[in-house]
Design a protein. Structure first.
Length: 565
C-alpha cells in the first residue's frame, strides 16, 4: 500500500523516465516496488524526507507499493526509540507502507545461510587480519591491494570457524567473513569486503540470539531481493557500491535482482545532516533534543510548525538529479510560508512589552473591536473580538526617544495608528531609576476608530498591541538558523561547532498575546502581526503556554546568503 498525497504530479526526472520505460517494456511484469530503508540509529532529517517522498510517490504514481524497512544490523547504535520515531515521521509526512513493515533482522537466518553458501562455493572466506593489517593489505586508490594470507583457507575450515563464530566461541574482532572478489579491482569496495563481523551486543529485536552481524552492503541487496523490490533508489555515495550489490545477488541462489539507481543527496545550506554531527549536537547539549525546533530533523521541523505539505512541496521543487546541488534554506522557508499563509489566522502578540497608558480613555471601561483573521477577502477565516482599554502593551522596539525622521513608529510628540483601533500620540515618557523607559503616557483620538481618521489625515506608522487587562501571559521562542555560515562542515580543519549561531534561539518569557489565543491548538499556525508565523509548542515543562516561531514573514537572510555564497 502506498499513499500519494501530492496535489499535482511532480516534474519529470531521470528516475521517473527510467521507471516509465521499464513499465512500458513490461519489465518486472510492469510492477514497481520501492523501499525506504533507514538505519534505526537516529532521527530522520530533511535529507531523508527527500528519499521518502521520492520512493513513496514513485510507487504511488505507478500503482505500486513502497516498503518501510529498517536496516538494523548494528545493534550497538540502534534503539526502538528510533524505529518508533521513524514510523511516526513517515506517517506524518503523509505516507503509508500498509502491511509492508520489514526489518533486516527478519532475514538473519536467511542471510547466514547465504553466507554459508558463498563459503561452500569458495566465494567467501574467514580472515583474521587485524584492522590495521587489513587497511595495509587493502591498497589505495592508486595502488592495488594484495591477497590476505587467509584467502585460500580451506572451505571446510572457513565453514567450521563461521559456525563457531555464530555459536559465540570467539571474542569481537577475532575473525571476519570476507567475500572473495578481486583485490586488484580499481573499485576498493570490491577488494574482498567484509560481510560478517563478530559483535557480542544485544539487538533491540533479536536480543542475544546472534553474536555475528552482517554488514550493510551484504544485507541491503539481499533484503531488497527477498522483498521483491524492483527499483532500489539510493543516494550517490552508494554508486561505487553498486558493483558489490550486483555481485552478491549474482553469486547467490535468488530469483529477484533489483536495479539500483542513484541520485544526488540533499545538501541544504546553513545545515548539517550527518547523523553523527546531529547526535553530537544533542549529546553535548548544543540543542535540547533530536526534536529541538532548530534541528533539521523531521520531528524538529514538525515541532517548529512546518506543515508536512510544505516539506513535500520543497522536495518536489528541488527535483531529482545526479548533479550535486546546494539548496538554499530560504527555499524551504518559502515553501513553509506559502503553505501556512492561507490558513494562518492573524493575531496580535507583543514579545517584549512596553506599557502604554491612554490618559484620555475612560478609566474602568473597555470595548470590543471586530478584527478579521485574514486580510485577503478571498480567504474567509472569520473574525474575532479584540478588547481595547485604557492600558495596553506595545513592542519596546516600536518606541524610540529622539527618533530620526525615517523612524515611522512611536516617539514623544508623534502620532501613530494602533492596528484596528485608534490613532494615539505619545505625550510623556516614564523611566525607572536606571533611566530605562518603562511606560508611555499617550492620548487617543476617538474619531479615528478602526484606525482611520475622518478628517483624512494620515500617519505612516501602524503598531500591533495587546490590551493589558486581557493579555495572555506566555513564553515565545524565536528560532533562527542554527548556523551562521552557509556550509558549516565544509572546512575539515575547523569544527562545525565553531559556526553555531549564538542567536539561534531567543526566549521572550514575558510575552503578551491577545485573548483569542487562549483556545490555540497544537496543530494550528498563526501569524503574529509584523512578527512572523508561530505555533503552540508541545513543551509542557513550563508553567505557561509556549509558542514557537515557525518562520519569519520574509527571508531576512537572503542578502546575507548572497554575500556569503
Amino acid at each position: 500500500m502506498c499513499t500519494t498525497v501530492s496535489k499535482k504530479k511532480p516534474a519529470p526526472h531521470f528516475i521517473r523516465n527510467m521507471i516509465t520505460a521499464d513499465v512500458n517494456a513490461g519489465k518486472n511484469q510492469g510492477q514497481v516496488v520501492t523501499r525506504f530503508p533507514p538505519e534505526p540509529n537516529g532521527y530522520l532529517h530533511i535529507g531523508h524526507a527527500k528519499s521518502i517522498c521520492l520512493n513513496f510517490q514513485i510507487a504511488g504514481e505507478f500503482d505500486g507499493r513502497c516498503h518501510l524497512r529498517f536496516d538494523d544490523t548494528n545493534p550497538e547504535k540502534e534503539d526502538t526509540e528510533y524505529t518508533d520515531s521513524i514510523q511516526e515521521d513517515v506517517r506524518w509526512l503523509g505516507f503509508d507502507w500498509g502491511e509492508h513493515l520489514h526489518h533486516a533482522a527478519d532475514y538473519f537466518d536467511t542471510l547466514y545461510n547465504y553466507a554459508c553458501q558463498l563459503i561452500k562455493d569458495s566465494k567467501a572466506y574467514i580472515c583474521e587480519l587485524t584492522p590495521e593489517q587489513m587497511r595495509e593489505y587493502r591498497g589505495t586508490l592508486k595502488a592495488p591491494g594484495k591477497n590476505s594470507p587467509y584467502r585460500e583457507r580451506p572451505i571446510e575450515d572457513s565453514l567450521d570457524i563461521f559456525t563457531r563464530m555464530k555459536a559465540g566461541e570467539f571474542e569481537d574482532g577475532t575473525y571476519v567473513l570476507r567475500a572473495k572478489i578481486d583485490m586488484s579491482s580499481p573499485n576498493i569496495n570490491m577488494r574482498d569486503p567484509i560481510i560478517y563481523r563478530i559483535r557480542h551486543a544485544e539487538h533491540h529485536r533479536t536480543g542475544n540470539d546472534w553474536c555475528i552481524y552482517p554488514t550493510y552492503d551484504y544485507t541491503h541487496c539481499i533484503s531488497d531481493a527477498l522483498e521483491g523490490i524492483t527499483h532500489s533508489l539510493c543516494t550517490l555515495e552508494f554508486e561505487d557500491h553498486r558493483p558489490l550489490y550486483d555481485w552478491v545477488l549474482n553469486n547467490i541462489d535468488i530469483d529477484c535482482h533489483p536495479q539500483q539507481i542513484e541520485f544526488s543527496r540533499l545538501a541544504l545550506n546553513f545545515t548539517v545532516t550527518s547523523k553523527r554531527k546531529l547526535n553530537q549536537l544533542v549529546q553535548e547539549d548544543f540543542v535540547d533534543s533530536w526534536n529541538d525546533p532548530r534541528m533539521p530533523t523531521v520531528s524538529g521541523m514538525r515541532r517548529r510548525g512546518y506543515p508536512a505539505t510544505a516539506i513535500r512541496d520543497f522536495c518536489n521543487r528541488i527535483g531529482i538529479t545526479k548533479k550535486y546541488n546546494n539548496i538554499s534554506l530560504g527555499l524551504l522557508e518559502t515553501c513553509v510560508r506559502e503553505a501556512i499563509d492561507p490558513e494562518a489566522r492573524r493575531v496580535m502578540a507583543v514579545l517584549k512589552p512596553l506599557k502604554v497608558v491612554i490618559t484620555n480613555y475612560p478609566e474602568g471601561e473597555s470595548e470590543q473591536l471586530d478584527c478579521p483573521y485574514h486580510p485577503d477577502k478571498d480567504i474567509d477565516l472569520g473574525s474575532r473580538s479584540v478588547p481595547f482599554g485604557r492600558e495596553l502593551y506595545i513592542e519596546q522596539d516600536d518606541f524610540m526617544e529622539n527618533a530620526p525622521s525615517k523612524f515611522f513608529r512611536l516617539s514623544e510628540g508623534r502620532e501613530v495608528r494602533l492596528r484596528y483601533a485608534y490613532y494615539i500620540t505619545c505625550n510623556e515618557v516614564i523611566k525607572n531609576d536606571a533611566g530605562e523607559v518603562i511606560e508611555l503616557r499617550c492620548t487617543y483620538d476617538p474619531e479615528t476608530k478602526g484606525g482611520w481618521a475622518k478628517d483624512g489625515r494620515k500617519v505612516k506608522g501602524t503598531l500591533h498591541w495587546v490590551s493589558a487587562a486581557d493579555a495572555l501571559d506566555v513564553e515565545v521562542r524565536v528560532y533562527d538558523r542554527l548556523f551562521k555560515v552557509p556550509h558549516p562542515d565544509a572546512d575539515k580543519e575547523v569544527s562545525f561547532l565553531e559556526h553555531l549561531n549564538p542567536d539561534s534561539l531567543q526566549i521572550c518569557d514575558n510575552a503578551k498575546l491577545e485573548p483569542s489565543l487562549a483556545s490555540a491548538k497544537i496543530d494550528e499556525r498563526y501569524q503574529f502581526e509584523r512578527l512572523g508565523y508561530f505555533c503552540l509548542d508541545t513543551d509542557s515543562s513550563t508553567d505557561k503556554p509556549v509558542f514557537n516561531r515557525t518562520v519569519s514573514l520574509r527571508d531576512s537572510w537572503a542578502k546575507i546568503e548572497k554575500e556569503l555564497g
